[in-house]
Structures are given as C-alpha cells and as structure tokens.
Ligand binder design. Structure first.
Ligand SMILES: Nc1nc2c(ncn2[C@@H]2O[C@H](COP(=O)(O)OP(=O)(O)OP(=O)(O)O)[C@@H](O)[C@H]2O)c(=O)[nH]1
Ligand SMILES: [Mg+2]
Ligand SMILES: [Zn+2]
Length: 351
C-alpha cells in the first residue's frame, strides 16, 4: 500500500500527522486498554498489542504509558508491541485520589471535551465548573451537554442558570440522548478528523448518547436509581469508537472523583480574580474588611454565594495540588530548585 493510502486511512481514526514512521513500524491508535493489553485501530481494523518493556519500568510516570486516544508506533510480532507514543496534541487528565501525587490520563489527542450532565437529579453547576477547570489544562475545547431534556420540565430555568453562571461563549446544548434528531446538533464536534471525549457522572447518559450517535446499541447502558438519579457504573473501561459522521468518540466510565492536577488556570473565574484586585487592602480576606469588592458583589447579588464558594474550593485544591506537583518535580530533578518557579495566579501578591 502507498504512504498516501496509509495516511488517508489513518485520517479516519483521527490522525493529523504528515509523515509515517520508518520501515518496519506501523502507526495505530489506542482504542481501549484492558488488563490483558491494548486494543489498537489502524483506520481499517482493530488488533491487540502489548506495551514494550520500557513502559512497564518501575518509577515511570504512569501518564507516560500509552493511553486511550494515543497514536502509537508498533513493531510487528505475535503480539505486536507498542514502542513509541507519539507526542500528544492534547491531554485530559485528573489527579488520582490519595496522598501521593499522580496524574491519570483520561484521554489524549482530543479536540473536544463533551461534559455531559443530566437535567435530572444529576444537574450540578459546581461539578460542571470542576470539569471545565480540568478541561482548561487539556488543550481541548469544552462543550456542555445537558441530557434527558425529554424528562425535565424545568430545563429552561436550568439552562438559563448555567448560561448566566458560565463564561459567555461556552457552548451549551440540551438534548434527548435517545433521539437521533435531537443529538444531530452535536455533529459539528464530530466531523471527519475530529476526536471528542465524553465525561460525566455515572448515569448521565454517556453511553446512551454514544449509541445514538453510532446508530447501534454498542455500549451497555442501565437505568439510574429512582430517588437520586445516580447511575450504576455500567461502563467500566474507556472506549474510542468511530462514528458514521467520521469523528471519533471516547466513551468513559462515570468518575467518582475529579481532583484537579494543579496545572489549571481557573480562567473560568477570571472575573472573580479581577474583582478581588479591587479590594481596598491588597491582603483582603474577603470577610468583614472595609472596602471589600467581593463582599460588595455578593451583597448586591452580582456574584452568587454558591459560585464564590466553589471558586474558593477549586482555588485551594489547585494550590495544594500545584505544591504537590512542584515537590514531585523537585524530587525528580534530584532536589535542585525549579528553573522556572510555578506561580499560581490565585496566590499572586499585589505590587
Ligand atoms: N429519557 C432519557 N433517558 C436517558 C437519556 N440519556 C440517558 N438516559 C437513560 O439514563 C440511564 C443511564 O444512561 P447510561 O447511558 O447508561 O449512562 P452512562 O453515563 O453511560 O453511565 P456509566 O456508564 O455508569 O458511567 C439509562 O437508563 C438511559 O436510558 C435521555 O436523554 N433521555
Ligand atoms: Mg456508560
Ligand atoms: Zn476583599
């Protein structure tokens, strides 16, 4: 097969590169990761592969191992081996729960992060802000999708609440994930060559939406609990699928915890940070200090208590994670100080 044909095939699995790897090596995309190995797709077919030994070395940052969405170079064999992970265009990750700092890759080489929330009991603007903050560090664009439009009479108010709370220009779509006509509005994010990852709580309807976009019941789904709309963690592994529209979609398991990695900017709250700069005292604690611009905005209802509290929570978490990340990087450098000190925006001092 000619290089041009191979490149054309790889386009169908979302590859954007120009030159193929050298003789004897092939390119493919990681579409799933199982305990027994990886599932890859080369634009034509799927096949299994194992990671080369260097990916299994102790002490290797787990974020450097092949992950779903990666384009990898493989050497032939039975089974074939993944030898190289190509430079990632974008990476969506979260920090692992627990004391040790560790980044977990959710998906790579994605153009859009589709943040799915049910308009039922799942609806939670603070959680959406958390997803948006995580997405900021990924390089991909966030798209908010509200599912179960058909089940909710109060959809218009919830949509309005979100629109007024999130930055202007954040795309928000309300859909019925079971209805092909309703989800057609999402096709702009799923054109040939585009890749998107679906994230959201268990039961939000990620697999239901995936199936509707696919036009077949490929992913298993199950009903949510009646009293609190919570799902049953039906999807257990991430899966990248090619859609008839030409795009690639990664369905993921509902995540219980979404810790920030410390690399976020919290641009989402830039207006609050600008407000805090206007306080009379540079070290204002935004409590009962005179001339506090934040308290004034809260009193006047320009800033909601809930959004302010969520900002403080995410800001503190980001600072804590950034400190953990910094000390881990310092250890990796063998105790030498950072060449470029990390200066989170939220803790910046006034000149
Ligand atoms: N009426 C209606 N039901 C929906 C919609 N989207 C999802 N559901 C239902 O919600 C339940 C949960 O959907 P799933 O697609 O399994 O949810 P999930 O996000 O994949 O959940 P996990 O795999 O556990 O993370 C199923 O019973 C779906 O039929 C929707 O837009 N409208
Ligand atoms: Mg699912
Ligand atoms: Zn203040």
């Amino acid at each position: 097969m000619s290089d041009a044909q191979t490149i054309e095939q790889l386009r169908h699995i979302g590859w954007r590169g120009q030159s193929l790897p050298g003789e004897g090596r092939r390119l493919a995309r990681v579409v799933a990761q199982h305990r027994a190995g990886y599932e890859l797709h080369d634009g034509v077919q799927t096949f299994g592969a194992q990671p080369a030994g260097h990916f299994l070395k102790r002490g290797l940052d787990p974020a450097e191992r092949p992950a779903v969405g990666d384009f990898v170079e493989i050497e032939p064999g039975k089974p074939p081996h993944i030898t190289i992970v190509q430079t990632r265009r974008t990476v969506l990750s979260r920090a692992a729960a627990g004391e040790r700092y560790e980044r977990q890759v959710i998906a790579t080489n994605i153009d859009y992060v589709l943040v799915l929330t049910g308009l039922d009991g799942d609806f939670n603007p603070a959680r959406i802000e958390r997803y948006l903050s995580l997405t900021e560090g990924s390089g991909a664009q966030p798209v908010i999708i509200l599912s179960k439009l058909d089940l909710n009479d109060g959809a218009a108010e919830r949509l309005e609440e979100l629109r007024s709370r999130l930055p202007n220009g954040t795309p928000i779509h309300a859909i019925n994930g079971k209805d092909a006509a309703s989800v057609a509005t999402l096709s702009v994010y799923l054109k040939l060559g585009d890749s998107a990852v679906l994230v959201g709580s268990s039961g939000a309807g990620k697999s239901t939406l995936t199936n509707t976009l696919l036009g077949s019941q490929h992913m298993a789904t199950s009903a949510v609990r009646e009293h609190d709309s919570r799902g049953r963690h039906t999807t257990t592994y991430r899966a990248l699928l090619q859609l008839p529209s030409g795009g690639c979609l990664i369905d993921t398991p509902g995540m219980r915890e979404l810790k920030l990695t410390g690399e976020e900017n919290l641009d989402l709250f830039a207006d609050i940070e600008a407000l805090a700069e206007k306080c009379r005292f540079a070290d204002c604690g935004h409590g009962s200090e005179p001339g506090c611009a934040v308290q004034a905005a809260l009193d006047e209802g320009e800033l909601s208590q809930e959004r302010w509290r969520n900002y403080l929570k995410l800001r503190d978490e980001r600072e804590e994670q950034a400190a953990m990340l910094e000390s881990r990087l310092r250890r990796q450098r063998g105790g030498r100080p950072a060449t470029k000190p990390h200066s989170p925006r939220g803790s910046r001092e006034r000149e």
